[in-house]
Design a protein around this ligand. Structure first.
Ligand code: ADP
Ligand code: MG
Length: 765
């Protein structure tokens, strides 16, 4: 067995496979290991009688081998019958070594652990674990940790135990929450939480209260008399302690950064009457919705203050966030400053670019200003031109991808940074955009201020840009407000008028042929279709093969002449409109994440222009694309997608006046079933089109640990707490955080370090 102390690894020695695996899981510090909690337990503290076991029980027995034979039908297997005095059981092994066969010789007494199956042929266990009988029984339940390849459970168990011991020795668990402020739910004892105040005080003063160290020891090695239900649903006071700690850390660090931010300065950007914003409103081809107007005012109010705005604009797909962003940009530009808009993909950035150019450029021209465009795939010459425009300040608005935050990009005077689909960006990227302002602060000293009409800087306080983050992955509003202590939240809760609701259907993938007929129909009506290919988490390569095959299949199926009367179109035929698929070639395009950007662009252009009837895609189309003529969305293997992802994908259709549909195609797994949670997701999709309702269901189905995970929203990950179930604890943490910051700064420091380590900076972006 390797040593149980992988937490600190000597740099000279190459890491062993399990050590590498630990790192990959983020288990580096002692405290990280100590906080890696079991996801379930096994009870090895008891030996049970076979006659007391029921079908499906995981049981530990001690029994004697009465026969041991190799059978060959239906396939080669080792069959061992054991008897524990109460009954017999057959152990089945499909793979086995001669040494195991020997260990299972007739007459041997064994301790055996496995799942009991009770068919009519008698009890059986498949591949149970076993060793010689006798020896001491463990006192505590055996923890089972989530692990990864190359990291055996026994190794991980020792590592966690080591981390726990070292952390305790180093004082890492010293109390950081003043006991008089503990939440009620934490003041229970093993027999259950106490609910009256006097009880609570009594228990809290009792020696066995749930300090962090007690709680962790208990959760790693609970005594067998504990209610497993309380452990599993995390209502046990030990769990409450962990969740309280986690939520408090999150609230403290957000409040800290909010307070820091309030000391910072940003350029004040008032809205002028008859200014650029009003002019933009006048040229828009539609009236703003009430929600857009309200949110626009919220943003305008923030912008006129000298404190940097830090606002999240959330709104369902299609709710019209882009125009709100454009209006904010207009205010900044009108005040003589620059605005940057960053989008996660080139396709999306380009769409924004075109839309914003259309709206803004005619208004900017008389001012001698332009809209610049930056992406990774740009030609060097074009890029240099753009960089010059940005540095001189001639580019009042800069639209682009990650390229916007690269080192070579120097803004003359950036005052507003807008991030679309913010959850798609890493925190580091958001920080980088904020830092772009600093370039301006440095340059300002050496430049002739009279040349521009921008207001003078406040003394020598460094300035920050205002930040507007946009997201279509809405969190229920009340939750967002209490969770994001450091973020103001605006919500677009109204869709622009005239949208037809999307009809969502769930169908088995055995009905592919019907679906293809339906696609033909849509094409005949001049409509366009998206076909999203399955998501194969483990392998991008597989994703690709899959999409390529589907593309080939659809190309063939849609261009097959209907009956043999119509001649088969030659492959050289140019697409000539999509009015009659039986006579013209239907263009089926393919889009996937590994294509060179230029190719992606070409495919998108064909689809946007309407020449391409069907777009087969991996999930690259997920965010933002806007092709109103597309009216059918097919999602293959919909059971593999997350709920908010499905909703985002569905949001690609239903953007025009035509009736739109979304078909969720599912395939059953090996067991012939779709998992319960997948079924719930699909059901939710059929039942509602409302993004906020979807978000709520999502939260209920999978819990916010994932929901607010870094991947989803950029919000700090909650590992233990559940925002819905633990709403009371969240309230407690929110109320306690300001008091802690004022009265217990030293405890705050230790608490935040314990939970967020070096990551607290990240919460500020
Ligand atoms: P999202 O919030 O998903 O980013 P978009 O900003 O892309 O939504 O807007 C979706 C579509 O609705 C766009 O074609 C946009 O021009 C249009 N739109 C936005 N606001 C309105 C409005 N008030 N009335 C009509 N159409 C609107
Ligand atoms: Mg958008």
């Amino acid at each position: 067995m390797p040593a149980a102390k992988p937490a600190k690894v000597a740099e000279q020695k190459p890491l062993s496979a399990p050590q590498k695996a630990l790192r990959k899981l983020g288990l580096v510090r002692d405290i990280d290991l100590a906080l890696h909690l079991p996801f379930r337990y096994e009870d090895e503290t008891r030996i049970v009688k076979l006659s007391d076991t029921r079908d499906g029980d995981t049981a530990q027995i001690e029994a004697t081998v009465i026969s041991c034979d190799v059978a060959y039908k239906p396939r080669r297997q080792l069959l061992v019958v054991v008897d524990d005095g109460s009954d017999t059981c057959t152990l089945r092994f499909f793979s086995f070594y001669p040494s195991q066969q020997k260990a299972l010789a007739v007459g041997t007494r064994l301790r055996i652990r496995g799942e009991v199956r009770g068919g009519f042929m008698g009890r059986t266990m498949m591949h149970p674990s076993f060793h010689t009988a006798g020896g001491e029984l463990p006192q505590a339940l055996t923890p089972i940790y989530s692990t990864s390849a190359g990291l055996p459970q026994t190794y991980l168990r020792k590592a966690v135990h080591g981390g726990l011991t070292h952390a305790a020795r180093k004082g890492a668990f010293a109390e950081t929450i003043p006991q008089e402020h503990w939440p009620m739910s934490l003041r229970g004892d093993l027999r259950g939480a106490s609910h009256t105040a006097s009880d609570a005080r009594h228990v809290a003063s009792h020696a066995n209260t749930w300090h962090l160290e007690n709680a962790l020891h208990f959760l790693h090695h609970p005594t067998p008399d504990v209610s497993l239900a309380q452990l599993e649903d995390r209502t046990h006071p030990a769990w409450q302690r962990l969740k309280a700690e986690e939520l408090l850390a999150q609230q403290l660090s957000q409040l800290q950064s909010k307070r820091e931010r309030s000391l910072l300065r940003a350029p004040a950007l008032p809205t002028r009457a008859q200014g650029l914003q009003e002019k933009l409103l006048a040229v828009l081809p539609f009236d703003l919705t009430g929600a857009q107007r309200r949110v626009g005012e919220e943003i305008a109010r923030d912008l006129q203050r000298q404190v940097p705005m830090h606002r999240l604009l959330q709104g369902d797909v299609g709710s019209g966030k882009t125009v709100v962003a454009a209006l904010a940009a207009a205010i900044a530009i009108d005040n003589g400053w620059q605005c940057a808009l960053m989008a996660p993909t080139e396709i999306l950035a380009e769409q924004h670019f075109r839309k914003l150019i259309g709206w803004l450029e005619p208004l900017l021209e008389p001012l001698g200003k332009r809209v610049a465009w930056l992406t990774g795939s740009q030609k060097k010459k074009e890029r240099n031109d753009m960089l010059a425009l940005i540095a001189s300040g001639e580019a009042a608005l800069v639209v682009g991808t990650h390229a916007v935050i690269q080192e070579q990009v120097h803004f003359k005077c950036l005052a507003l940074a807008i991030i679309d689909e913010q959850h798609r960006f890493g925190v580091a990227q958001r920080l980088a955009l904020r830092e772009k302002m600093q370039g301006h602060n440095a340059a300002e000293q050496t430049q002739n201020k009279s040349a521009s009409k921008q207001p003078a800087l406040l003394n020598d306080t460094a300035q920050e840009p205002h930040m507007l983050m946009m997201s279509a992955t809405p969190i229920p509003r009340t939750l967002a407000m209490s969770y994001y202590a450091d973020l103001d939240v605006s919500t677009l809760d109204e869709l622009p008028p005239g949208r037809t609701p999307i009809v969502t259907k769930v169908v088995s993938d055995s009905r592919r042929d019907e679906l293809i007929e339906r696609i033909k129909h849509q094409l005949q009506e001049g409509r366009q279709v998206y076909w999203v290919c399955p998501l194969i988490e483990e392998s991008e390569a597989l994703d690709l093969t899959n999409a390529t095959e589907t593309h080939a299949l659809l190309t063939q199926a849609l261009n097959k002449p209907q009956r043999s009367v119509v001649p088969r179109p030659s492959s050289k035929t140019k697409p000539d409109g999509l009015t009659d698929v039986t006579q013209s070639t239907v263009m089926v395009g393919l889009l996937h994440s590994r294509m060179p950007p230029a190719e992606k662009k070409a495919v998108m252009a064909l689809f946007e222009s309407g020449q391409m009837g069907v777009l087969v895609s991996t999930t690259v189309i997920e965010v933002g694309v806007d092709v109103p003529n597309a009216s059918l969305m097919v999602i293959e293997h919909a059971e593999r997608f997350g709920l908010s992802q499905l909703h985002q994908l569905r949001g690609r259709v239903g953007r025009g006046a035509a009736a739109s549909a979304c078909v969720l195609m599912y395939a059953t797994g090996e067991n012939g079933r779709v998992s319960e949670t997948a079924r719930e997701r699909l059901r939710a999709m059929v039942e509602t089109n409302d993004g906020f309702e979807i978000a709520k269901r999502d939260l209920e189905i999978r819990g916010p640990g994932e929901f607010l995970g870094a991947r989803q929203s950029g919000a700090p990950l909650l590992r233990f707490a559940n925002l819905v179930e633990d709403a009371l604890l969240l309230d407690w943490a929110r109320q306690l955080a300001p008091l802690m910051l004022d009265q217990y700064p030293e405890m705050v420091e230790r608490h935040v370090t314990r939970w967020l380590g070096g990551k607290s900076d990240y919460l500020k972006a």
